[in-house]
Each structure stands twice: as structure tokens, then as C-alpha cells.
Design a protein around this ligand. Structure first.
Ligand SMILES: [Fe+2]
Length: 259
């Protein structure tokens, strides 16, 4: 077990947990090297492999510590949703208040989804701070419903701006959070990645790009873990969104018995 009973209780109550120095220095060298090579390919407009195909970032998805952590908070049986990785430097814009729980449309929180935020170079108050609003993970709102708040200070928020290299933050995906832009960062690039996982038992919206099935297939081929990367956990999010966005009135009418 990675979590103490107290940590697990705190996570369920507050909606997030911080793990300073989650990785070893050796692991960080590999993650940052992968991110540097992806960045060079993006800047050269060259095609780059899926992140799950990279030697270090791929294995990050199935890092034993992370898989244990996810299992400890949501139980056995879960799906990988996505991995993002981006190098952020001076002037990188922030990200407005939002939540990342996947559901079409947003109606309940019956099953858990978590994100793990990775800060390979730590957080030092430059570029952007992670801000979270504890205990908002049970509130059902659309992902972008908070964007009018921008990155302003909200009562009760927690600012995470001081973490050693290789730290991780586990959050309920539905927790309200933002990256509040900060000055600085000219001398210290931010290496940020996030991975997310969905509790098995319901079908989840797929990743939002047309290659989601290919990405899962590549992950199965490179990393094993058939059930973690199984297509059956998902439906195509773009088809589903198109289907309900045009609807008028209450979707609940679709499941009421006819009278
Ligand atoms: Fe987010």
C-alpha cells in the first residue's frame, strides 16, 4: 500500500493529494529526454510517435507506483484515458478554472476518474501555479462551466507552487482546478505531464481525437496491460456529443417509462 488510511481519507474528502519527490532522479532523466525529443519534433513539424510509444513516457502510464495508487483510491479495474506532456516556459498562458471529469452530458459522479499531474522539474512559483478548490469533486458541472472565472482567486482555494523536482499530485478529475499564470521561468523550463484513469464499470467518453482507438492499440502492443487499454471501456466521444448537443428539452425524458 502506498497510501496511509489518513491519506486515503484526505483524498476522498479534499479531492487531491500531493506527493513531493514521487520519482527517482534516474526516472526524471528519461521522462525529460522523451519530452525534449517530442518538443523538437513538434517545433520541426515532424510527425511524432504517440506518447505511449516513447521509451520512458510510455512506461510512465503503467508505472507500478501510479497503478497501485489509482487502485487504492478507485479499486481494482480501471481504464487508461490519456497522457499529455508539455514543456512550459516563460509566457506560457495559464488555464482557467475548469474540471476534467469525462461524461456526456454531465449528470452524476457514480464512478471515479482521476488525473495524476506530474511536475518533473517541480514547481517554484514561476510560469504557472496549480490551484485547486478542495471538496468540489462531487459537484456536477460541465467541464468549461467555470471559464468565466478566469484564473482569479477563489475563497478556499489551495495554491501549489513549491514542489521539488519529480513531484506528483493526484486529483479527482472533477475537482475544480486551474493553472494561474505567473511571471518568470526564463531560466527553468517546466516539464509537465498528466495521466488519467477511469474506474471500470461504465463506458466512458473516449479521448477527444480521432486516433483514440489507434492509441489504445499502440499502448497494448508496447505496454501490455490488455484490460487497462481495452477499447471496451469507451464510446466515441465525438459521436455522442453530436447526438445530444442537438437535443432540446430534458434528456431524462429518454429514460422515463412511456405513459
Ligand atoms: Fe485540467
Amino acid at each position: 500500500m502506498i497510501l496511509t488510511d489518513e491519506q486515503r481519507a484526505t483524498f476522498h474528502d479534499q479531492g487531491f493529494l500531493v506527493f513531493p519527490s514521487y520519482f527517482t532522479d534516474d526516472e526524471l532523466v528519461g521522462y525529460k529526454a522523451d519530452m525534449d525529443s517530442v518538443q523538437a519534433q513538434r517545433e520541426a513539424k515532424e510527425p511524432s510517435p504517440y506518447l505511449c510509444q516513447l521509451p520512458h513516457l510510455g512506461k510512465l502510464i503503467v508505472h507500478p507506483k501510479t497503478l497501485s495508487l489509482v487502485e487504492e483510491v478507485m479499486g481494482p479495474g480501471f481504464a487508461f484515458h490519456h497522457l499529455h506532456a508539455s514543456r512550459q516556459g516563460a509566457g506560457t498562458p495559464g488555464s482557467n478554472w475548469h474540471q476534467d471529469y469525462e461524461q456526456e452530458p454531465q449528470t452524476n459522479r457514480s464512478h471515479s476518474m482521476v488525473h495524476v499531474f506530474y511536475y518533473f522539474n517541480g514547481l517554484n512559483g514561476e510560469v504557472g501555479d496549480l490551484v485547486v478548490l478542495p471538496r468540489t469533486q462531487k459537484t456536477v458541472i460541465a467541464n468549461g462551466a467555470l471559464s468565466h472565472l478566469g484564473q482569479q482567486v477563489l475563497p478556499g482555494e489551495i495554491v501549489v507552487d513549491n514542489l521539488p523536482p519529480g513531484s506528483a499530485v493526484l486529483v479527482y478529475s472533477a475537482l475544480w482546478h486551474a493553472r494561474r499564470a505567473k511571471p518568470g521561468g526564463e531560466d527553468r523550463v517546466r516539464y509537465f505531464a498528466d495521466a488519467s484513469y477511469c474506474q471500470a464499470g461504465v463506458k466512458w467518453p473516449s479521448y477527444h481525437n480521432a486516433q483514440w482507438r489507434d492509441i489504445l492499440a499502440a499502448a497494448r502492443e508496447n505496454l501490455g496491460h490488455e484490460s487497462l487499454f481495452a477499447e471496451e471501456h469507451f464510446f466515441d466521444v465525438r459521436e455522442a456529443k453530436a447526438a445530444w448537443k442537438e437535443r432540446q428539452g430534458s434528456l431524462a425524458l429518454d429514460i422515463l417509462p412511456t405513459v
